[in-house]
Write a protein that binds this ligand. Structure first.
Ligand code: KG4
Ligand code: ZN
Length: 338
């Protein structure tokens, strides 16, 4: 089997990333995280496109240099076509097209959601690849999906969020407590010190395997307003317990739906991905499920969980092997279903 070098580009949201893969192995994976959004408490699309425009060339240069690869050795360019912010996607798409044209090598378009799942197929000592079929749950600031994966490119979305993503639920709850963006990791940190049964929040009633998180945010808002009227130091005095209780509620929602998906499909191999996969609570719950329910669970290395180009590169490699190349007249797609 001949060695293929894929340069991959990801620019769907607020991370500009480029990676070089040699077949299934990652030679480099450079991510420029845009700090500019912090002060706004969320991603500002207009600023994101501008930062991608500034970062893309340096990030690609760094990825090639770290991989110790000359651009003339590249076999193909893979890029994120969607879903994501249009202005952000356009930067990566246009750059990938131009470079492929200039180097006269094939272009490969990649669906970002498929890539989060196929990140499990990156060959790395720090992670294990699940066998087919498996259930993939992608949980991040932009996505919440449960997908049945029968083969690399045979995927069926069983459920997804009807409103906020789970990472947004973490971040918006944290914001209500006065914590800085992104608040997910801070909730995780304080939750470890708190009592998860101190307060209880209602879980949404959503049919099937779909999710909803916007109601939780509202009930936390009313709860904090009510308690703060009685005691203006309520949040500060109870931050650990509030975080533990909020996180517990979110994890209950995720685990209930996973259990439903397992019951429905009979599949007990569970692969998670996305930034929320870093949460120590969800990791603990999956370990419990391994011990008590006989599930097999898979979590990629953290740098392949959050938005990154290496996951785009592995899809590029798999598509290259199938001869699935993309024409130069391709356009980015803000909404792009698996
Ligand atoms: O995958 P990611 O880096 O970017 C998106 O595609 O959104 O995910 C970022 C999200 C944020 O919402 C962040 O708060 C959340 O992942 N997150 C966490 C933790 N680490 C990151 N949420 C809960 N606990 C964590 N430890
Ligand atoms: Zn993502």
């Amino acid at each position: 089997n001949q060695k293929k070098y894929i340069l991959a580009i990801e620019s769907s949201c607020d991370d500009t990333s480029a990676a070089v893969l040699c077949n299934t192995k990652v030679l480099s994976n450079v991510v420029a995280t845009q700090e500019i959004h912090k002060q706004y408490g969320g991603v500002v699309p207009e600023l994101a496109s501008r930062a991608h425009q500034q970062n893309i060339v340096p990030v690609v240069h760094q990825a090639l240099a770290k991989a110790n690869i000359d651009k003339k050795q590249l076999s193909a360019i893979a890029f994120t076509r969607g879903p994501g912010l249009m202005g952000s996607l356009l930067v990566g798409t246009s750059f990938a097209k131009s470079l492929a044209l200039g180097l006269d090598i094939p272009l490969i378009e990649v669906n970002h959601m498929e890539a989060h799942i196929l990140a499990h197929f990156i060959e790395d000592d720090a992670q294990t690849t699940p066998e087919f079929p498996f259930l993939a749950m992608t949980i991040s600031g932009g996505h919440t999906q449960i997908v049945k994966v029968t083969d690399h490119f045979n995927m069926e979305v069983l459920g997804e969020t009807l409103d906020d993503a789970v990472g947004e639920a973490f971040d918006k709850s944290a914001k209500l407590m006065g914590l800085p963006y992104p608040g997910g990791p801070l909730i995780d940190k304080y939750a470890k010190l708190g009592d998860a049964t101190a307060f209880s929040f209602p879980k949404p009633k959503v049919d099937g395997l779909n999710f909803s998180f916007s109601g939780l945010k509202t009930s936390i808002l009313y709860f904090l307003q009510r308690e703060s009227q009685k005691n203006s130091d309520f949040v500060a005095e109870n931050i650990n317990d509030i975080c533990a209780s909020v996180q517990y509620t979110i994890l209950e929602i995720l685990m209930e739906k996973l259990q439903m998906a397992v019951d429905q499909t009979g599949i007990t191999r569970i692969a998670i991905g996305g930034g929320v996969a870093a949460n120590s609570g969800i990791r603990g719950r999956l370990r419990d499920a391994e011990e008590n329910l006989g599930w097999q669970t898979f979590i990629p290395k953290f740098e392949y969980c959050t938005d990154n180009a290496a996951m785009i590169g592995i899809v590029g490699y798999l598509k290259f092997n199938k001869g699935e190349f993309t024409q130069q007249n391709i356009a980015a797609k803000a909404r792009y279903a698996i």
